[in-house]
Design a binder for this molecule. Structure first.
Ligand code: DGJ
Length: 726
């Protein structure tokens, strides 16, 4: 009897195992509105089946495509594989078959999926990993590779992810730039063949290109309509986003580390994990995709994304390297008087034997320059405290000038090739973070500065050059190509240690402006400096591009002097404030050079910023008029409860007839609520066309359908309009 029951049970178990296995052959990665679906075909190959808006009944997916989920060189029908490996016996092909998959909840609203694939012959494993953020509609995709072959396997291509699309047309928006000219946007229709967005710079990788894209499916991407995919790679090193329209007009999107000159020798048992590729999708245009990324970033992507960011005055453009204790003390007093919450001391405070009085000496010697600051940093921290504000400090811990004590002591700590002239950029070299001793040193620079000067509340972490002569004295000759990856691993390890010891300090990610901005670094950073170009006119474009993927709460935007130091452009102080206040407000001006009227205006502007910064920093961004297509540009932020909103509008050029009269159709409001309109940061005693609307109330429906209508006449005229639900 007992034997019969046991037999029956084993049959039931066997059948249910088969049922589970069969049911498991569709893998669905879903968020609230997006689905990524894979299916296993009869040959046990994993195929991508669908990526787009969620379909209620997923079981209907029976039409398996021929497109490998993760195409491999040698066996997949693609131009560009996601993976190319040379196996221990010299075999250059890889053929992946499905083994198993599992899905689990790893956090509130986060579902983690792993799909295990294995080579059909070699003990070579590839796991496709995904985190699906339910509410935020963001999917992270990455890959883990390992093997137990007898000898190392050489990885030549190792993408984080591959996505496949089957549409008639594809429109790619890319983000590119240069120093002081970051985050331009341009859209193009993809034609047959490969278009790559890439960086091979290794460090300061975003100097010329940003690892972000929008993809309009079938039509150019629109702000509030149409199917759009957004993607960005969380990786501060070299990257490659490849868009390959194949011979049948299918599109393959392959994203990950740029493996150029970066083949990786994977030892038996070693686990190779690629960076995470972040995707979002909307059937309602780029605006939605942006808001998805912003909401995700504030919760998961940036350090303490729930906290309100402080305002600050930075002395870089105020003094450059020419300051002393007296000058700084005066600036600290003025900053406090104007209402700033923090003073940030920039470059030039250090170096003994080689004082840092310009950019050709001292980097690496992080001891205070007593000639400039006889009482040390501690005195300035106290000075700030006495004035009721906080103190921050500039560091560039990854770099060294040859004219430094550090370089004299450790010439083998830099990235360079032996038997080549050292190649300087901004007179400096990069410290080789592949070397654990260098990691310890870089960590100690930050750690000691903070420990020795208690009270420092903020660090600006700069990084001013990219890699040339890519040699490491630490890596063995056969592993020189690992430098691109080992550097970043070393960097992460330093970031981790700094954060473990200093969770409360705010840290700004800066790289000669926006040369390093990515969601892997931002996990450790509160905010970023997107450009050394502080010209408010240029900033409108730079910030427009940046906020497509990164939230304004973390985007430091500073009012600077006029004529602007980078462009020579003359703009009104109000315009400069109105632009800076649309993100995280700061200032780069020597207050001593300001007139009493300018100081008074600044004081009021800063005070006013505090009344609405919560909306800018924690609200949702809606773009109204693009600076690329309109002489007048506008955007707005709406609080989560839709009770508060703030609209920013700027006139970029004078248009004689009509062009400056564009309607601002507001977005994101509750149609049933009534909002009162008030202009903020007004110029004293100046009549404005907005006066007709001042203090008036309208329903959200009216404001979204009829909009706000008032003309603007002069170039660089600007308005900030506050909406308050009654
Ligand atoms: C580059 C940064 O982007 C600037 O803001 C400033 O900190 C300089 N470095 C200082 O050298």
């Amino acid at each position: 009897m007992t034997r019969n029951i046991a037999f029956l049970l084993s049959i039931i178990l066997a059948f249910s195992a088969i049922a589970v296995r069969a049911a498991e052959k569709t893998v669905t990665i879903s968020t609230k509105d997006i689905q990524l679906v894979y299916k296993v075909d009869k040959g046990n190959k994993l195929r991508q089946c669908y990526f787009g808006e969620s379909i209620n009944d997923n079981a209907q997916h029976v039409q398996v495509t021929k497109h490998d989920a993760y195409p491999t060189f040698g066996t997949s029908y693609v131009n560009e594989p996601a993976l190319r490996a040379v196996h221990a016996d010299g075999n250059t092909s890889t053929e992946l078959v499905y083994v198993s998959h599992k899905t689990e909840q790893t956090g509130d609203g986060i579902e983690h999926t792993e799909i295990e694939l294995r080579d059909s012959y070699f003990p070579f494993d590839v796991t496709l990993c995904f985190n699906a953020y339910y509410k935020e509609n963001v999917i992270e995709a990455w890959t883990v590779i390992k093997h137990s072959e007898k000898k190392p396997v050489m990885l030549y291509n190792y993408a984080s992810s591959h996505l496949f699309f089957q549409e008639k047309k594809y429109f790619l928006t890319q983000f590119y730039g240069e120093w002081a000219d970051e985050m331009h946007m341009t859209e193009m229709q993809l034609t047959r063949g490969i278009k790559s967005l890439e960086s091979k710079l290794g460090v300061r990788s975003n100097q010329h290109a940003h690892a972000c894209f929008f993809l309009g499916l079938d039509a150019p991407a629109q702000e509030d309509a149409g199917r759009v995919v957004g993607g960005t790679l969380a990786w501060p090193g070299s990257f490659n986003l490849t868009f390959d329209v194949d011979n049948l007009d299918n599109l393959h999107v392959i994203c990950g580390i740029n493996s150029f000159a970066g083949q990786y020798q994977l030892a038996k048992g070693e686990v190779f994990e690629t960076p995470k590729m972040l995707y979002s999708y909307s059937s309602n245009g780029t605006g939605d995709v942006t808001r998805n990324f912003h909401r995700w970033a504030k919760k998961y992507g940036i350090w303490r994304g729930d906290r309100t960011r402080t305002t600050l005055l930075n002395n870089w453009e105020a003094t450059y390297f020419n300051f002393n204790e007296e000058i700084l003390s005066k600036i600290i007093g003025d900053a406090a008087d104007m209402g700033f919450e923090l003073f940030l001391l920039d470059d030039g405070w250090f170096g003994e034997k080689y004082p840092r009085n310009n950019d050709d000496a001292g980097l690496g010697d992080w001891m205070v320059n007593r000639k400039k600051l006889p009482n040390g940093i501690g005195y300035l921290v106290e000075e700030a405290t006495r004035n009721g504000i906080k103190f921050g400090i500039w560091l560039e811990p990854e770099m060294v000038n040859p004219r430094s004590e550090l370089y004299e002591k450790h010439p083998d700590w830099v990235i360079t090739q032996p038997n080549r002239e050292i190649d300087l950029s901004r007179n400096q070299l990069i410290l080789d973070l592949c070397n654990p001793k260098v990691q310890d040193y870089v960590f100690s620079v930050v750690d000691n500065t903070l420990k020795e000067n208690p009270g420092i509340a903020y660090v600006k972490w700069d990084c001013n050059r990219f890699v040339t002569n890519s040699g490491s004295f630490f890596l063995s000759a056969d592993k020189q190509s690992h430098l691109w990856i080992e550097y970043v691993r070393g960097l992460y390890s330093v970031f981790e240690r700094v954060r473990a010891n200093h969770p409360e300090v705010s840290i700004m990610l800066c790289s000669g402006g926006g040369g390093r901005i990515d969601y892997a670094s931002l996990r450790y950073f509160d905010e970023f400096w997107i450009s050394d170009n502080t010209d408010a006119y240029n900033r409108i474009f730079i910030q427009w591009g940046t906020t497509q993927f990164f939230p304004a709460m973390a985007l430091a935007s500073h009012v600077s002097t006029s004529p602007n130091h980078q462009t020579g452009r003359i703009t009104p102080l109000k315009f400069r404030f109105d632009v800076a206040m649309s993100a995280k407000l700061g200032m780069d001006v020597q207050p001593m050079n300001m007139t009493p009227e300018e100081k008074e205006f600044s004081k009021n502007a800063i005070k006013e910023y505090y009344t609405f910064r919560e909306i800018v920093q924690h609200g949702d961004l809606y773009r109204l008029l693009s600076p690329y297509t309109n002489p007048r540009t506008a955007m707005m932020y709406v609080s989560e409860d839709q009770n508060d909103a703030v609209v920013f509008t700027y006139l970029l050029e004078k248009v004689i007839n009509g062009g400056n009269n564009q309607v601002l159709y507001l977005k994101g409001l509750d149609p049933n609520k009534t909002y009162r309109l008030n202009e903020l940061n007004k110029e004293p005693n100046k009549w404005s066309w907005f006066n007709n609307l001042e203090g008036k109330s309208f329903t959200g429906e009216y404001l979204m359908k009829y909009g706000i209508r008032f003309p603007m006449y002069n170039q660089f005229e600007s308005k900030i309009i506050r909406l308050t639900a009654e």
